[in-house]
Write a protein that binds this ligand. Sequence first.
Ligand code: NAD
Ligand code: TDX
Length: 342
Amino acid sequence: MQTILVTGGCGFIGSNFIRWELETYPDLSIINVDKLTYAGNLENLADLTGNPRYTFAKGDICDRPFIDGLLASRQVDAIVNFAAESHVDRSILDSGPFIQTNIIGTQTLLDAARQAKLGRYLQVSTDEVYGSLGPTGLFTEETPIAPNSPYSASKASADLLVRAYCHTFGFPGIITRCSNNYGPYQFPEKLIPLFISNALADQALPVYGTGENIRDWIHVLDHCRGIDAALSHGQPGEVYNFGGHSELKNIDLTQKLLVALGKSPTLIRYVADRAGHDFRYAIDTSKATKELGWAPRVNFETGLKQTIEWYLGHRDWIDRIKSGAYRDYYQQQYGHRVTESK
Ligand code: NAD
Ligand code: TDX
């Protein structure tokens, strides 16, 4: 039986990845290390409680003795590092936690993985490390790194550490860089879940600047399949880009959401632009297709419809996050029964 140590598995993408992996591979075990920051929600994986192939360990990826202890206690075949501070706007308000978790946390995991002689390490990164595109062109794996926000600078720093460990130590690291994910369990600070939850409450939708900025949307399960393919078939030292081939202006996406929810366009509020707001992201996925046999499968219109339906069916999930009640779940569900770092 293979065992993967997943970090940040109580967040949006990590929770989708863990569920998908356990469903796809009946012989796989997963250890989920998560600090449970504001973005980590145990409810996202409540359905796995009692699953003998799933272990939750509350802890910080910056805590080296804790990570060493986990790697010593189980035969771990690979680490997949999702754990991060992930919201650009928060990094503009305070970059400190981004430097700590995204850079120091990655360095800690790399050193722990090296010491334990792990066979595989996958760093989940972002297309934002490439900076911003104009109206045309695509990011490839050869595009120079040019991050523009404290968030993307911290992610680029982590990528450079992985690269350096591969080069210097022959470390078996792989980097994946993906465009904007959407789907179930995304924290309602990011555009799609924020606008859905605001619209449902008849609150204004704050569109930054002119709303002309473009993002390439990919369904979270397409991203998960890409990470899985890179973990199985990727070459150490390589970078693989994933994207959804679904570019959309923010204002067009906002209008689509309002139509789907049956809400009035008068909810739209143009507000001050995000500082340093990247204009456009778009991805050339040909390397992942050629070398990993990967391509996005979920049609954006279908995926968005299913995502809206998920949020409509999980209003209690949104409400518990907005009220902060989701944090009580940990105490109720786990008490002192799980491994915890100090
Ligand atoms: P998220 O904010 O929803 O989840 C992050 C998780 O990491 C949370 O569960 C949090 O508790 C945990 N965490 C934070 N700091 C930690 C620490 N020090 N130790 C242990 N756990 C910690 O983020 P997400 O949207 O699921 O993104 C996951 C990863 O994917 C991130 O590395 C992000 O940079 C990357 N990524 C995200 C997107 C996107 O569109 N959301 C796109 C490309 C790449
Ligand atoms: O209230 C808002 N109004 C608005 O106009 C918010 C939250 C966002 N926006 C705009 C900014 C962006 O152009 O919508 C776009 C998407 O914003 P976010 O959802 O914050 O995502 P983005 O900044 O593009 O970054 C995301 O994709 C890459 C993730 O948050 C990152 O973790 C990932 O690396």
